[in-house]
Design a protein around this ligand. Structure first.
Ligand code: HEC
Length: 116
């Protein structure tokens, strides 16, 4: 910790003595630095946990309409994940751009007129 904010420019050449007017009291002490580190880490860990909890709540309660999750929707999601369709396709804009967006394929196959 030799060269903090009060680096060598604060010292006289050769003697290493503080220059006139140099104040060493504004230096961050080791324990203050440690407190900032642990305090900051704990604070942001708490923020992170709160955000994870909020995301979980939001997905369950707001962004997913569970009443519309039929067995075929669930089976489709399983297939989508097991066979990694997302490595090539997008669905609702999410995924890779190698193969056609399957939302558009669904429309082209007549999904809007006859969803089943
Ligand atoms: C290795 C990359 C790859 C993977 C993995 C993949 N696809 Fe494809 N898929 C393609 C490509 C490329 C096309 C376009 C073929 C064409 O238009 O000639 C295509 C076409 C399609 C089509 C027809 C599109 C049309 O225009 O008729 C459907 C439906 C489809 N894929 C569904 C799936 C599903 C479901 C999965 C997962 C089980 C999947 N694909 C996995 C590359 C992939």
């Amino acid at each position: 910790m030799g060269e903090g904010r009060s680096g060598p420019w604060r010292l006289r050449p050769r003697t290493g003595q503080p220059r006139q007017g140099a104040r060493f009291t504004d230096r961050l002490t080791k324990s203050a630095a440690r407190n900032i580190f642990y305090g900051g880490s704990l604070f942001f860990l708490a923020v992170f946990i709160a955000l994870v909890a909020h995301s979980h709540y939001y997905i369950r309660a707001v962004s997913t309409d569970e009443s519309k999750l039929t067995p075929s929707v669930v089976a489709g999601k399983r297939i989508w994940e097991r066979h990694s369709c997302i490595n090539c396709h997008t669905i609702l804009g999410e995924g890779a751009y190698f193969a056609p967006e399957l939302g558009n394929v669904w429309v082209r196959y007549g999904g809007r007129e006859d969803p089943d």
